[in-house]
Design a protein. Sequence first.
Length: 136
Amino acid sequence: MAAGWDASALYGPFRDAVDVQIVGGGDRKGYQQDWRNGREALREIDADVAQGADIVMVKPALPYLDIVHEAAALRAAPVAAYHVSGEYAMIKAAVVNGWLDERRVVLETLTSIRRAGADLILTYHAADAADWLRSA
């Protein structure tokens, strides 16, 4: 591991909610990539596809739209983007404070992920987004 390596901070709300305990101690950072290294992410995608992956997952979605785009350009497997708990929490907090219009920012956010090339989006906003899109 490189000095200063750290897993994405955007998984915090999920980790706090599920209170994950690793048998034998430690944490879940051991299988997460260094968020600073986009080349590593693309090498891992290539390796996953070479090993028979039917789909690749990029998470968190928004800070990695460049990786979503590059993975989609490979056309080796469908690309799923996971809009994780921290991304959801940021939007919800801004809405509660009156800083953002939830419907508009969620739809804009999900559209940007799709525009980057994601074939699938996993998001905590799914039910609300589906309702908003149905009523549009």
